[in-house]
Write a protein that binds this ligand. Structure first.
Ligand SMILES: Nc1ncnc2c1ncn2[C@@H]1O[C@H](COP(=O)(O)OP(=O)(O)O)[C@@H](O)[C@H]1O
Ligand SMILES: [Mg+2]
Length: 290
């Protein structure tokens, strides 16, 4: 089978529906509401990006999607079935590296299938395909500490994708990388996405990252969070980084998203939170730059 078809043929794209989900931590008077009556759909075969200020509750939503925690009320469903716990069909990639430092890049990528005793000829072909796709063919025998930060994230992408989850969930996976490495990651990641159209859910605080990657953009309110707006990012693929500066539609979407985020920040600012003040500050600078 040709390699691009190899990855496509094994993909089952799932769809997640989140309905009226609320999540509180702590009991009674000391209870803290983090997610409030939140509803959205992670559409099949699309890349949905969630953007919201730090601390608004995004990772909390991810823990619910992953099934690590249960909502206080509301429902989460994958393909119409309730999400009741962690399972292989929803794979979460966190910001922290999960590579095993004592395994080579190649062994790290094959870790999942090997652990399940599911290494077939196709799995090995897929491993080669992914190694190439993330630009690590020459680093297959290297150990994670011998790789740059960007290479480590790319190895993780490959390591996650070889498991063919129905939904790939990524929680700020490129945070902490320098600007150039981050842009390179957007290119690798979007190329992988464009090739296989798996269902992806990507969480970020970075507006440029969000617009470059998204088919659909969910803009979140501050804590307790819910979806404030949904923007369709109707720009053609494959996308180029230059589009972010030169493309009028991209700038239009960015201005719309920033003004909503800014409004949200102002609301919490008026409630007197320090984090919100920093947020207003940061986003005012971004507004001035565009
Ligand atoms: N287990 C928990 N107990 C109490 N509060 C929590 C817990 N987990 C998260 N929170 C609170 O929820 C808020 C949102 O956190 P998080 O979901 O990590 O936000 P984000 O990912 O958007 O930065 C934070 O104020 C955090 O203190
Ligand atoms: Mg988070």
């Amino acid at each position: 089978m040709n390699e691009a078809n190899l990855i496509k043929s094994s993909i089952k794209a799932g769809e997640i529906v989140v309905r009226n989900v609320t999540k509180n931590y702590g009991a009674a008077h000391f209870s803290k509401e983090v997610v409030k009556d939140c509803s959205f759909t992670i559409e099949r075969g699309k890349l949905t990006v969630m953007i919201g200020p730090s601390g608004c509750g995004k990772s909390t939503i991810i823990r619910l999607l992953a099934g690590f925690e249960q909502p206080t009320s509301g429902t989460l469903e994958l393909n119409g079935q309730p999400i009741e716990g962690p399972a292989r069909d929803r794979l979460v990639l966190f910001q922290e590296t999960a590579l095993f430092p004592w395994m080579t890049t190649y062994d790290n990528i094959l870790y999942g299938p090997r652990a399940r005793g599911e290494v077939t000829k196709e799995t090995l072909e897929l491993a080669e395909f992914l190694l190439n796709k993330v630009g690590l063919r020459d680093f297959r025998e290297k150990y994670p500490p011998q790789l740059s930060g960007g290479m480590q994230r790319r190895a993780e992408l490959a390591r996650a994708m070889i498991n063919n989850p129905q939904v790939m969930i990524l929680d700020e996976p490129f945070r902490g990388l320098d600007a150039m490495t981050k842009e390179l990651m957007w290119e690798y990641y979007s190329a992988l996405y464009e090739e296989n159209r798996r269902t992806n859910f990507f969480v970020t605080t970075d507006i440029d990252e969000a617009i470059f990657l998204a088919d659909r953009l969910l803009i979140m309110t501050n804590i307790p969070t819910q979806v404030r707006a949904v923007l369709e990012v109707d720009m053609p693929r494959p996308r180029k980084l230059a589009d972010l500066v030169e493309n009028d539609r991209s700038n239009e979407i960015k201005m719309e998203a920033l003004s909503i985020l800014h409004e949200e920040a102002m609301k919490s600012f008026s409630r007197g939170s320090k984090a919100a003040a920093d947020f207003v500050d940061a986003y005012s600078k971004r507004m001035a730059k565009t």
